[in-house]
Design a binder for this molecule. Structure first.
Ligand code: FES
Length: 86
């Protein structure tokens, strides 16, 4: 889960290249610019608001979004499961 421009977004912590966790230190997902999510393993870049692949080895494969919303300061899942779709 990340906060970007005041909004909360959540994705499965799994790179589109190789299914490994993205963070280079626990909970650190942004690159140096603060504009992109970056995979610590090979540096694929993702859009923090959509999970779309923006460059690197993700080869057009984005992150799997998790539907969340912020309610009274709490981040809640907005759908059950998160499986299926597509
Ligand atoms: S594992 Fe993420 S870019 Fe290769």
């Amino acid at each position: 889960m990340v906060r970007f421009h005041g909004q909360v977004y959540a994705f499965l912590n799994r790179c589109g290249h190789v299914p490994v966790e993205l963070d280079w230190q626990q909970g650190e997902f942004f690159d140096g610019s603060g504009l992109y999510l970056i995979c610590a393993t090979h540096g694929a870049l993702y859009a923090p608001d959509s999970g779309r692949c923006l460059g690197g080895r993700c080869n057009g494969k984005g992150l799997d979004p998790v539907p969340v919303a912020e309610e009274d300061g709490w981040v809640v899942l907005t759908e059950e499961g998160g499986q299926g779709g597509g």
